[in-house]
Unconditional design. Sequence first.
Length: 334
Amino acid sequence: MIETKIFKKDQLDDAVELLAKGELVAFPTETVYGLGAIATKEDSVRGVYAAKGRPSDNPLIVTVSDEKMMERYAKEVPERAKKLIKHFWPGPLTILLFVKPNTLPDAVTGGLKTVAFRCPDDSLTHDLIAKLGYPIVGPSANTSTKPSPTTAEHVYHDLKGKIAGIIDGGPTRVGLESTIIDLSVETPIVLRPGEITPEELSEVLGEKVLINTGKVSDKDVPKAPGMKYRHYAPSEPVIVVDDPADFSKINFNEKTGVAALESVLANIDLPDENKFNLGNDLVDADHNLFGSLRYFDDKDNVETIYVQGFDEGEESLAYMNRLNKAAGGHHLNK
């Protein structure tokens, strides 16, 4: 077991030094915390899989400081990618492109001819990568299958003793991982929903954008994270409650946990420690979802978690994508 150091913003050079030596360092973004290693160092990248307990055929996102750094590893940057970059970078959008041969190890690409690039909207991480001079891989900095981390404390809880350092940038703004769009195909397709919706992407591109609804078979390598394996789940079973009125049909007890909007929780007769306030609206719920799952995962007395679902079209795609994975598709009354 190694010592896991916590770095503040004035200690960025120390984090850069560790990464340059091949060590693993977690970093903040506007979405969730990522687990960093130099993307061109295969041994370091494999260390990321080991620290997370992540399946080795699950490709990694390459996190860059700007478009110029991405161009070193992308086979080409098509015009539609440039449109999205101009409009959304830095920000919560990941773009899948063809990779330039022999620039990134298979541990990053999963042996595919494509790779996903992201430029996060976080000044600490931007400076980290710029100082380092190399892109870093950036999967969520948590134990694989568990809820993604939105604070440095979440990272420390999961990866203490497994990684060299954590850059503490405070709570993340968005709370759900970035949108991933595949531009290696004829018609752009969203492989993972996030804060940036397919409608917004379509408007900028001036063309139709599809949404992936298929499943990856056991024998196939997914093109992007979050497409194949179980994700975001606490140890206890999670049940989605689609209609807030249905909370009244549940027989609550001291072993029940509920995560819902404040207005819904006000009508639920449970001790405060068995309730988690998701906020006042969907934007708040996006930000707080992973925190709620982690909150109940740390409670020994809670055996079932009921979480409020939303049906608000494209705006709730990302929230419901993560919640459905956490619940294994289990909904109340379905």
